[in-house]
Design a protein around this ligand. Structure first.
Ligand code: ADP
Ligand code: MG
Length: 402
């Protein structure tokens, strides 16, 4: 488990604190579609407010490559500031600027009264952010005398607001960051057993490193989604027009051998719901996953596969799920994903769900409240589970408190 200072270790009372949060929420036509990430930031913000801190908050929103074009407010943080103010029940100072480090922004931060909350404009309006530019990091460090990182979802990136600034100020992890690292760290180091991992999604290549690492700790591995077809073809199956990574067949064979050598059952879907195209309402048929006719694609787990997956999950004490088991965006190909989400929610296991699309599927099924931990970081949780060091975490605690 990485070691890092938390709010318990940090003498933050009464200080000006730069808090990196992850408020990168989906916004359409100025309306926030899902405020989960804003809510997830509240415990840390409330705690720091209660400790008399003056808060300067930073987040990115979307992927702008520089300042917004005139009249384009789509990546501005106005709606986020308004929603945060509602949830916190207090004013959130916000100024629409061309970037988080502009002269205007600096003057606005300098005028922040003690105890106030200020939200900086979108960090990605400044192209120096993603380059981890030391100059921008120094501007950020000038905004406060301590740094708290609660943006787990951005911790795998070394940017000025996640890494650079933390090398200049005394720092600590926020409560969300702390919980993410502790829950995911426990999966890798001391999971309650049996520990069953469910992996799905589009590509084996995205998840090789995580499969390798999890084979070392899991008691069983369920592999579904498009990814399964690369394994099934590697075993000699016929997969029709299903999504396959032909350049990963060798690797799939090696992973199957590795699972066998470790005695970890690797459960693949016995059958698949197939169709000629990904269109709602099109005729579907069920075939063994290793005997899919030409012209058809496996788009969801079939009934036998779902039953096998349920069996493999029965009795698990810990479950990790990452990656949908079918094209859940297009019904009826969401059946397998929803069935497994329900099985996980109904199990008594400590369940952890990570991955952007998996979390979206879980919410769509209305089950997000019923699992133990929903990770707020897609890429970050995968990198952590691969065993990689997250730069936004590694840097915490480097500058001594003074
Ligand atoms: P996550 O974001 O949870 O990590 P991924 O991004 O790895 O998940 O994969 C999600 C994508 O995988 C979804 O868009 C889904 O439609 C796709 N997918 C799952 N199963 C299949 C399949 N059998 N054929 C094609 N695409 C699939
Ligand atoms: Mg995804």
């Amino acid at each position: 488990m990485p070691t890092f200072p938390t709010l318990d270790d940090a003498p933050l009372d009464g200080r000006r604190v730069f808090v990196r949060v992850d408020l990168n929420v989906p916004i359409k036509d100025g309306v926030i579609r899902d405020d989960t990430r804003i809510r997830a930031a509240l415990p840390t913000l409330r705690e720091l407010q209660g400790r008399g801190c003056t808060l300067v908050l930073a987040t990115h929103l979307g992927r702008p490559k520089g300042p917004p074009a005139a009249g384009d407010d789509s990546a501005r943080l106005g709606p986020v500031a308004a929603r945060l103010a509602e949830l916190l029940g207090r004013e959130v100072r916000y100024l629409a600027t061309d970037g988080p480090g502009t002269a205007e922004q600096q003057a606005f931060v300098a005028a922040a009264p003690a105890g106030s909350v200020t939200l900086l404009e979108n960090t990605r309006f400044d192209p120096r952010e993603t380059k981890n530019d030391p100059e921008l990091a120094r501007v950020f460090a000038g905004y406060a005398d301590a740094y708290v990182n609660d943006a787990f979802g951005s911790a795998h990136r070394a940017h000025a607001s996640t890494e650079g600034v933390a090398s200049l100020l005394p720092s600590a992890a926020g409560r969300l960051m702390e919980r993410e690292l502790s829950v995911l760290g426990t999966l890798l180091e001391a999971p309650e057993r049996p520990f069953v991992v469910v992996l799905g999604g589009a590509k084996v290549s995205d998840k090789i490193a995580v499969i390798e690492r999890l084979l070392e700790v899991a008691d069983a591995l369920i592999v579904g989604g498009a990814m399964a077809f690369t394994f099934i073809k590697a075993q000699g199956g016929t997969v029709g027009d299903s999504l396959v990574e032909d350049d990963r067949l060798e690797l799939a064979r090696a992973l199957l051998a590795q699972a066998e050598a470790r005695g970890v059952p690797l459960v693949l879907p016995a059958d698949a719901v197939c169709a000629a195209r990904i269109v709602p309402g099109l005729e579907t048929s069920i075939h063994p996953s290793g005997a899919i006719p030409e012209g058809l694609m496996g788009l969801d787990a079939g009934p036998q596969a779902i039953a096998d997956f349920r069996d493999a999950l029965a009795g698990a004490a810990t479950v990790l799920w990452n990656g949908p088991l079918g094209v859940f965006e297009v019904p009826p190909f969401d059946t397998g994903t929803v069935a497994i989400a329900e099985a996980i929610a109904a199990s008594g296991a400590m369940s952890v769900v990570g991955g952007g699309d998996s979390v979206a599927a879980l919410k769509k099924a209305g089950l997000a409240e019923r699992v133990g931990h929903v990770s707020t970081g897609g890429g970050a949780s995968l990198e952590f589970l691969e065993g990689k060091t997250l730069p936004g975490v590694a840097v915490l605690g480097h500058v001594p408190w003074h």
